[in-house]
Design a protein around this ligand. Structure first.
Ligand code: NDP
Ligand code: MN
Length: 384
């Protein structure tokens, strides 16, 4: 029996309208905050202005950095950290999807220290400014975990990192903020949740806690992802997907991700216009086929919980039914693009395969089935 530690210090506040409490919550940490957000969506939906109003009426001084792009770069993070330092803020508030939330954690580290954020990959951070996450997508789980993913714009490398000081102090999960996601964002981010569940549930360092989170996230996702995609204003489906995202985010915080994330990071690192979830969808079926033998029992269990009838199927066929179900979901969500369709150049595949090891080696190691560069390249070619 393997031993393990479970640690997650994030206060999670969930419910419709809970963004209204942001001022009171922020005041516990500081009277001066930097909001880290994306370029468009939070301003366009009015959420940013609403948040600024809520913070100001609680007596919190607000500075806004709204330069975070999807698949954020180290340059953006360093720029925001420079502003945080210059203003002397005592709190970082991430507002948006995984990209602004991941950035907020990295900004919190870089604003406390005196190195470019990239250096913290090698030199562990022990201190960070407090972070509050206010999430607008239901995907990454970044709202509740310590991870941050950033891209080096010069090399295309896109590693994930996460130290204990990077846990958000507070996560504000208000499903109303997610209701403005257009269907393609709902699809891509929701598929990310599915892959977090698959990878944390089948990874080598899984344990009873992460599996429990995965199962509950799975039930919520099974019953709500397509509903949220087809009925964007369905607040119950939005709320359930927000819970699924957070639960799966806790699961990967405990048990990590696997080969699909190891391969996807260098894809969207080299091609930042590729949405993380869309890249995962292109890689999912070949990766699951690769993992099939090692994950047979788990795939059968998930197939069963999808309600797929066993009816005379062998173990192999029943496990394979999960892969067919995944293909089905990908089609239903219009995520059925190959790497080629996403703009990936064929001659870039060997670089992507190398970076899967150099930037996401821990995810390859956690994958249910061992893989070397040749196997990884083959999965990439099958996904092309
Ligand atoms: P993003 O945060 O990149 O957002 C994707 C797009 O959706 C952006 O254009 C954004 O607009 C828009 N958007 C976000 N919320 C809304 C909304 N409510 N209404 C309308 N539009 C919206 O997407 P993800 O959440 O998928 O984050 C992806 C990043 O997270 C990647 O870098 C990925 O690698 C990382 N990641 C992190 C993990 C972790 O554990 N920390 C795990 C998995 C992935 P705008 O740009 O204007 O804000
Ligand atoms: Mn992910």
């Amino acid at each position: 029996m393997d031993s393990f530690d479970i640690f997650n210090p994030v206060n999670i506040r969930f419910g419709r309208g809970v963004i209204g409490e942001a001022g009171k919550i922020a005041r516990r940490y500081s009277n001066s905050a930097l909001i880290v957000t994306g370029k468009t969506s939070m301003r366009k939906t009015g959420v940013l202005d609403n948040l600024i109003g809520i913070l100001k009426s609680a007596g919190v001084d607000v500075t806004v950095y709204d330069g975070i792009t999807p698949n954020p770069t180290t340059a953006e993070i360093d720029e925001a950290a420079g502003i945080a330092k210059q203003k002397g803020v005592g709190l970082i508030i991430g507002l948006g999807g995984g990209s602004p939330l991941d950035s907020a954690k990295a900004v919190a580290v870089a604003a406390k220290g005196d190195m470019p954020v990239w250096n913290y990959l090698k030199t562990p951070a022990t201190e960070a400014l407090p972070v509050i996450t206010i999430v607008s997508t239901s995907g990454t789980g970044s709202e509740v975990n310590r991870y941050s993913v950033m891209t080096n714009p010069e090399t295309g490398e896109k590693p994930g990192f996460g130290y204990a000081c990077m846990y958000p102090k507070e996560a504000i999960i208000d499903p109303e903020i997610t209701a403005s996601m257009p269907p393609q964002v709902t699809a891509a981010t929701g598929f990310d949740v599915f892959v977090h569940i698959l990878e944390a549930f089948t990874g080598k360092i899984r344990n009873a806690f992460s599996s429990a989170y995965c199962m509950q996230a799975f039930y919520l996702l099974r019953d709500n992802l397509v509903r949220a995609y087809e009925e964007p204003a369905n607040i119950e489906a939005r709320g359930n997907m927000a819970l699924a995202s957070a639960l799966a985010g806790l699961a990967i915080d405990i048990s990590g991700v696997g080969i699909m994330h190891a391969l996807e990071h260098p894809v969207s690192g080299n091609y930042p216009e590729v949405a993380h979830g869309a890249g995962l969808a292109a890689l999912a079926v070949p990766s699951m086929k690769y993992n099939l033998e090692a994950c047979k029992m788990d795939f059968m269990l998930i197939a069963h919980h999808f309600g797929i009838k066993r009816a005379g199927k062998s173990d192999d066929e029943y496990a394979y039914a999960l892969i067919e179900k995944t293909e089905d979901i990908i089609r239903t969500l219009s995520l059925n693009a190959r790497l080629k369709d996403l703009g990936v150049e064929k001659d870039r595949l060997p670089k992507i395969a190398k970076e899967a090891f150099s930037t996401m080696g821990f995810a390859i190691q956690n994958n249910a089935r061992a893989a070397g560069e040749a196997e990884v390249l083959k999965i990439l070619e099958e996904s092309y």
